[in-house]
Design a protein around this ligand. Structure first.
Ligand code: IMP
Ligand code: MG
Length: 180
């Protein structure tokens, strides 16, 4: 595992190792399995960033469950645009289902603030949020996160699904932008 990498024109340093991430995701999966015992939740993973987290999280869950994806994007480069685009809509019925939204990172909270009311309108039995990362300093709205992996400082990160302008998603560890 490299301690430092370059992505496009920026240097990043190792922040959360693959082992740290895997251990935490396994704990989250165990907790979800206990909380949803006897139920059949639908994991709703937000593409593209959450694809890797979702894959590991569902494998850590000892439950009958379903997995669906929606695609939303609010980021260009290193900063949030604040505008949410739903690119690929939901194509599974969620009425009366227990939903667990799976998100890579909560930054401003814009994405969740836009998505949660729309999901509620579809009449799910319950909605919970599982986020791998939270940047508490950036949060602009109160957002309930039932399952949180790590709180991180306000520094851009790549890896484990998260990208910087398309690159870095395949890295098994998470790297933080180096302060210059
Ligand atoms: P929010 O809507 O501002 O909460 O931003 C959420 C989305 O922005 C996440 O789903 C990510 O796709 C993206 N994002 C936020 N912070 C980072 C980061 O540090 N690296 C890569 N993507 C990020
Ligand atoms: Mg995302």
């Amino acid at each position: 595992m490299k301690r430092e990498i370059s992505v496009h024109d920026h240097r990043f340093e190792l922040y959360l190792s693959e082992q740290q991430i895997q251990a935490r995701v396994a704990e989250m999966g165990r907790q979800i399995s206990l909380d949803y015992a006897g139920k059949r939740p639908v994991f709703l993973a937000i593409l593209n960033g959450a694809f890797m987290f979702a894959a590991d999280l569902v494998r850590s869950c000892d439950l009958d469950c379903e997995l669906a994806f929606i695609k939303i994007s609010s980021y260009r480069g290193l900063a949030s645009t604040g505008k949410i685009e739903t690119v690929l809509g939901l194509n599974v019925p969620v009425e009366n289902r227990d939903l667990i939204i799976v998100e890579d990172i909560i930054d401003s909270g814009n994405t969740m603030r836009a998505l949660l009311p729309d999901l509620q309108k579809l009449g799910p039995a319950s909605v919970a949020l599982a986020a791998l990362l939270l940047k508490p300093e950036c949060l602009q709205y109160p957002i309930n996160i039932e399952y949180l992996g790590f709180q991180i400082p306000d520094r851009f990160v790549v890896g484990y699904g998260l990208d910087y302008d398309g690159l870095g998603r395949n890295l098994p560890s998470i790297y933080q932008l180096r302060q210059s």
